[in-house]
Design a protein around this ligand. Structure first.
Ligand SMILES: [Zn+2]
Length: 315
């Protein structure tokens, strides 16, 4: 009997661990080739991109980067060095997606205008992706605005399907971009102490965002679901993605591709027509189910102050 009990004790933790796979997260970056950097010269951008990609590769993180082709231009001219930044994402084994040409909102412009901007947004990216033997598959809505009426959403879904795109959802929406604006400003003003203080507040803030998303998934589905995180291609992540990845590992996460994350049946859930503009898929699902998502964690006041008026504009 004692031996049987002992065996049970020895086996159960192992059996439990085997039955519960590690939670997963897919990482995505918006506003490529860059946003919120202290300097925009070609050398600084190449350096920033190299550090960001190095961080992803060190942590073995598959990611999708969503491009705004308007950011490839300077004073109306295409900048080859910025196209090279996109090429370096592909050569690092990462994927690229379409985030429209000029970061327009589907809630603010007519559907035809939005669709034309989206197609303009693949002018450089589609041949570039093809030249690296890959395909352009993903689309991410700017501001997570998905269209205000069911008619627009249905028509746009048909348009995306006709052009071979899949929608890239977000379940962990967050204010990382406010920290990034603050961080870039502190650096541009030659204040590394303030930049460090902002970076130190970034990871605990994201930890709280993940706790919130996990709690919402548990309320809705009674289990953990693969999360999809949105970040931006900025100096903050170029310098501190490693600390963010360490926090995620601490929470038990394994990094997966977007395609793998979306294979979970949770992503077949309808979004519902209601919800608040720019909320995550989890928040939309929650409202459709009659749940009210908890308030997001607050961005510390000193970070908002460093970000300045841009903190209220949104990305
Ligand atoms: Zn964006």
């Amino acid at each position: 009997m004692i031996r049987r009990l002992l065996l049970l004790c020895l086996c159960l933790p192992w059996a439990a661990a085997a039955q519960v796979p590690a939670p997963t997260v897919a990482i995505t970056f918006d506003d490529l080739p860059y946003v919120s950097v202290p300097a925009e010269d070609d050398a600084a951008l190449a350096n920033m991109t190299a550090r960001l990609l190095q961080g992803l590769q060190t942590d073995g993180v598959p990611a999708v980067g969503f491009v705004n082709e308007s950011r490839l231009y300077r004073e109306g001219s295409l900048v080859p060095a910025r196209v090279d930044l996109l090429r370096s994402w592909l050569r690092a084994g990462l994927e690229l997606g379409n985030h429209t040409h000029s970061h327009v909102s589907l809630n603010r412009v007519p559907l035809e205008v939005f669709q034309a901007d989206l197609l303009r947004g693949e002018t450089v990216t589609r041949p570039l992706v093809a030249s690296e033997g890959r395909s352009l598959l993903w689309f991410r809505h700017p501001y997570l605005h998905q269209g205000k009426t069911a008619d627009v959403r249905t028509a746009f879904a048909g348009f995306l399907a006709a052009h071979g795109y899949r929608i890239a959802p977000v379940t962990v929406n967050n204010s990382e971009w406010v920290f990034a604006v603050a961080y870039a400003r502190a650096q541009a003003q030659g204040n590394p102490e303030a930049a460090q203080r902002i970076a130190n507040a970034y990871v605990p803030y994201m930890d709280a965002e993940f706790a919130r998303a996990e709690a919402l998934a548990l309320d809705l589905f009674g289990r953990r679901i693969p999360q999809v995180l949105v970040l931006h291609a900025n100096a903050l992540n170029a310098d501190h993605f490693g600390a963010l990845a360490a926090m995620l590992r601490q929470r038990g996460y394994r990094f997966v591709t977007l395609d793998e994350a979306l294979q979970d049946r949770a992503y077949a859930s309808p979004l519902g027509a209601g919800g608040i503009e720019g909320e995550s898929w989890l928040e939309h699902w929650a409202r459709a189910a009659g749940l009210r998502p908890a308030q997001p964690p607050a961005v510390p006041g000193f970070v908002v102050q460093w970000a300045g008026p841009a903190a209220y504009r949104g990305y």
